[in-house]
Design a protein around this ligand. Structure first.
Ligand code: FAD
Ligand code: MLT
Ligand code: ZN
Length: 489
């Protein structure tokens, strides 16, 4: 294809025909269930389902299906499997590795119409909901019951909980609530041959055999479609505090993190890192003002969530006094109300959206031991600067090289905002970044997954034997290879 010259469409997959489209229209009924570019009576524009959030990946699906029940998903997949039609499961389409859009003409199966909350138990805190429930909708529902969804991220207004699980998203509070591998208690999924796997357990403990649901968590739609999840949701904390600091060095950010853990302990709910360049670009792109007067090479955002305002304020004030007195932080501010809390969070959560302002972004989502985490940003900046690719005016492709991320999880987001995607920049970045991460025994995908972007690079973080075992699992669950092809492995 023109879009991906290095990838060939598998000839084993059928081309979509009018008969196929008729089958799906009969199955799903209403026009809105099918967006169809084959018989050209599309009820909605197909383009948004073909393009990813970054406008970096683009497929050529001619059909989007929006099933409303697990049974419909089962019938769709069985028909696709029998007829060798490749599919892409799609949630909110906010994924950042090109996994949620077709590569060629795969049929998009979008879960947005499966959006019911099935049950919530206020005693155990267990929520059971359809995969297509929007994360923010689930969290608002839980807020009314004094509970919280154990995952939060900047795309909450459009991503779906099934997509979150399929991507094994990490987000802003993993350090407090842990990963979805721990919080998800059960899954309902459909295999490519139409088999419904009903493992919607509500048990915290269940040591009866292999924990197969884990394969769907982070499976990125390569072995089946998640249609519902059961998830353990913590009590919502009534006392939330957010502080934002300016710091002189990465060394001091690490000191602040140590102090925060020791002084705040159980109430610490987020520790996020932003370098000064990220914050500067955020200001340039959004026009907003930063909360602190001076400019600093590093910033950190700390959130606490607890049950007692006085207790939490006492702890936080003691931390503030300490880190100011010891010169660990150069300046800081503490949000006084809900509006200020949101304002401070926007300095962190607004980053992904605004870094795209200049045209595009090369994004790397990496796990690196915390001590050397930021060295990579400096090394990449040096490398691109030496290659003559970074500069202030439009003649340079690269705007800057910046780093931010979930410091509490040793998860760095190395971002290279560009004026346009450029092969010269790509050549300097890859495989350099992956080799660098491998040399530290890190991971080339901490929380965003492999998708299309990282499929060729899995070997930098996983051994040959591990990859072989993964391929065996893929072949077992999806022997015909119709699920999200060309990606992941
Ligand atoms: P999609 O993008 O639609 O799909 C993601 C993958 O899962 C694809 O491979 C798709 O095929 C598959 N899939 C989707 N639904 C299903 C299903 N029901 N069954 C099987 N497979 C399915 N990620 C983080 O980890 N942490 C963050 O802090 C974070 N912040 C973000 C902020 C912004 C502004 C944006 C745009 C993205 C962010 N992400 C983050 C990326 C993140 O992975 C997604 O936002 C989210 O988890 C994906 O959910 P989605 O419903 O949009 O899934
Ligand atoms: C984040 O932490 O903001 C997200 O993972 C998105 C990104 O990496 O830009
Ligand atoms: Zn992130």
């Amino acid at each position: 294809s023109e879009t991906y010259p290095q990838i060939q469409r598998h000839s084993k997959f059928s081309q979509l025909t009018k008969e196929h489209v008729e089958y799906f229209k009969n199955l799903l009924g209403s026009e809105s269930a099918v967006i169809d570019g084959v018989t050209k009576d599309a009820s909605e524009d197909i383009e948004p389902y073909n393009s990813d959030w970054m406008r970096k990946y683009r497929g050529h699906a001619k059909l989007v299906l929006k099933p409303q029940s697990t049974e419909e998903v089962s019938k769709i997949l069985k028909y696709c499997n029998d007829n060798m039609l490749a599919v892409v499961p799609q949630g909110g389409n906010t994924g950042l590795v090109g996994g949620s859009v077709p590569v060629f003409d795969e049929i998009v199966i979008n879960l947005q119409r499966m959006n019911q909350i099935r049950s919530f138990d206020e005693v155990s805190g267990i929520l059971v909901a359809d995969a297509g429930v929007i994360l923010e909708v689930a969290d608002n529902f839980l807020a009314e019951k004094n509970h919280i969804f154990p995952l939060d991220l900047g795309a909450k207004g459009s991503c779906q909980i099934g997509g979150n699980v399929a991507a094994n998203a990490g987000g802003l509070r993993l350090l407090r609530y842990g990963s979805l591998h721990g919080n998800v208690l059960g899954i309902e999924a459909v295999l490519p041959d139409g088999t419904i796997v009903d493992d919607l357990s509500k048990l915290r403990k269940n040591n009866t055999g292999y924990d197969l649901k884990q394969l769907f968590i982070g499976g990125e739609g390569t072995i089946g479609i998640v249609t519902a999840i059961s998830i353990l949701c913590p009590q919502r904390s009534p006392a939330i505090n957010v502080a934002y600091f300016g710091l002189e060095s990465y060394e001091q950010v690490q000191n602040l993190f140590r102090q925060a853990k020791s002084k705040l302990s159980e109430i610490l709910s987020a520790f996020e890192l932003m370098d000064g360049r990220t914050q500067k670009l955020l200001v340039q792109a959004s026009g907003k003002k930063l909360p602190l007067e001076g400019e600093y090479p590093f910033y950190a955002l700390i959130e606490t969530s607890g049950s007692n305002t006085d207790h939490d304020s006492e702890k936080l004030n003691s931390l503030l006094e300490d880190v100011m007195e010891n010169g660990i932080v150069s300046d800081g501010t503490l949000a006084q109300d809900q509006t200020q809390i949101q304002e401070l969070w926007s300095c962190r959560e607004g980053i992904p959206e605004h870094l795209g302002h200049w045209g595009g972004v090369y994004k790397y989502d990496l796990s690196i031991p915390i001590a050397s985490m930021y060295d990579l940003v400096n090394d990449v900046r040096d490398r691109l600067t030496k290659a003559g690719l970074v500069g202030d005016d439009d003649s340079y492709p690269v705007v800057d090289v910046v780093g931010y991320g979930h410091m509490g999880d040793s998860n760095l987001h190395l971002n290279v905002p560009v004026r346009s995607y450029d092969k010269r920049v790509e050549k300097e970045l890859e495989p350099f970044v992956y080799e660098w991460v491998q040399s530290k025994n890190g991971s080339i995908s901490a929380e965003h997954g492999l998708g299309l972007q990282k499929r060729p690079y899995i070997g930098y973080s996983r051994s040959e034997i591990m990859v072989k075992l993964m391929k065996q699992i893929k072949d077992l669950y999806d022997p015909k290879g119709i699920m999200n092809p060309y990606k992941y492995l």
